[in-house]
Structure formats: structure tokens, C-alpha cells
Ligand binder design. Structure first.
Ligand SMILES: [Zn+2]
Length: 228
């Protein structure tokens, strides 16, 4: 979620200027490593996504109240970094939920005015570095609904596996049944051929009657097999 609710984005992630040093282009312009939210000093900052709070010091440029949240969601973990704040409202080591207050907007460090500078890093810990910088958009888009409860997810996975097995078994049974039906029809046809061949040799009344019964049986059977 947006970490400074009801405030619009200022300088976007990836904006270029000679002020910045990461990913410099041929004209010496680096990228803005986060997204800025200009707001009056003291404006409440909330957690964009859940995780464990760490109080950071990634150098004086980011001010005296830096905070990161080590994220444990499905989106690759990593961390969200909050800089230039005037206060930290969440204690280190505590778990915060999305939308929980974690700090206040300030103007500490290398700034031209009060704002939150919000970054996304690909690693959960370690020093600040250009190689770990990522577009923070997934954190801005994050909603609590995106967090899967692991137990529920495991149940869902198990049910999906069982459902796939059941469907596969039904398919196997159906094809085995169809195979048996084909074989039965072949046997019927073979018996009919046999009966037709025997026909002229049957002279007794009892024998002819038996022949008719056999034909009727086999033909009825054949009709049952082919009628849907
Ligand atoms: Zn910034």
C-alpha cells in the first residue's frame, strides 16, 4: 500500500539526475533509487507491507531515523526501506502489519524539503547497495489479501493434488471400461459368426429354437452396448 496514505507521489523511481550515482548513463545521470512522497513534517507513515522492523543506518544522507521492514511475503522477501523520517513509531524486532504506523515524515539527511524516500531492496539484510535496488511498485501495490496463510495454502495445495489424481483415475477407469466394452462386442460378433455358420446344420426343432434364442441374446446385447 502507499506508505503515506492520501499523499501523491513526487519524484518517481528511476528518474535520472546527476545528483544520483546508481546506474549512471553515458551523460553521468544516475537513477532515483526510491519513490518520494512529499508531505508535511510529522505526517504519519505506515507499513507498505508486513514484516519485521529493523532500525537502520545506511549513512547520513538518509537521516537519523531510518527504518526497514524485512518482508516475509511470497514476493521474494527482501526489504522496504524508509528514509528521511523525523520519528520511528515501531520498535526494532517487532512485527508490523500492512497499514500499521511505523514513522513520521521528516526532512533529515540530504533533502530539499520534507518527504518520505521509500526504497525496495532485493535482499533482507546487508549494506545499502545499488545492485539490491528494485522498483518499489510491488510494495506500493501490495494488499494484505496477497498474504497467503501458510496452513490454508498447504490445505489448498493438497486438495488440488487429490483432485487431479481423482480426475486422472476416473479417466483411466473410463478408458478401461471402454476397452472391456470393445472386447465384449468383438466376442459377440465372433459368436454370431459361429452361430450363422452352424445355422444350416441345425435340423431339430429344439436346436433351431436354441439358435434363435442365441441370436436374440447376442443382438440385444449388441444394442445395449451401442445405445448411449
Ligand atoms: Zn528520494
Amino acid at each position: 500500500m502507499i506508505p503515506v496514505p492520501d499523499h501523491t507521489e513526487g519524484t518517481p523511481f528511476g528518474a535520472r539526475s546527476r545528483l544520483w550515482s546508481c546506474s549512471r548513463n553515458s551523460t553521468g545521470e544516475g537513477i532515483h533509487t526510491g519513490v518520494d512522497y512529499p508531505a508535511p513534517i510529522g505526517t504519519e507513515i505506515v507499513a507498505a507491507r508486513p514484516g519485521i522492523v529493523v532500525w537502520d543506518d545506511h549513512g547520513p544522507d538518509f537521516g537519523n531515523h531510518q527504518l526497514e521492514i524485512r518482508c516475509d511475503d511470497a514476493d521474494g522477501g527482501g526489504r522496504d526501506f524508509y528514509a528521511h523520517m523525523s520519528a520511528r513509531l515501531a520498535a526494532p524486532g517487532t512485527r508490523v502489519a500492512t497499514g500499521q504506523p511505523i514513522g513520521r515524515v521528516g526532512a533529515e539527511g540530504n533533502v530539499t524539503g520534507p518527504h518520505l524516500h521509500f526504497e525496495r531492496h532485493s535482499v533482507a539484510s546487508g549494506p545499502w547497495g545499488c545492485s539490491t535496488i528494485r522498483d518499489p511498485q510491488p510494495s506500493l501495490d501490495f494488499q494484505e489479501d496477497d498474504m497467503a496463510d501458510p496452513a490454508t495454502q498447504a490445505q489448498l495445495d493438497a486438495i488440488l493434488t487429490a483432485a487431479r489424481e481423482a480426475v486422472s483415475q476416473i479417466g483411466q477407469l473410463r478408458s478401461a471400461e471402454a476397452e472391456r466394452a470393445r472386447n465384449a462386442r468383438k466376442r459377440d460378433a465372433a459368436l454370431l459368426d459361429l452361430v450363422e455358420a452352424l445355422g444350416p446344420q441345425i435340423k431339430t426343432r429344439a436346436g433351431k429354437s436354441q439358435l434363435d434364442t442365441i441370436k436374440t441374446l447376442l443382438q440385444e446385447h449388441d444394442t445395449e452396448e451401442t445405445t448411449p
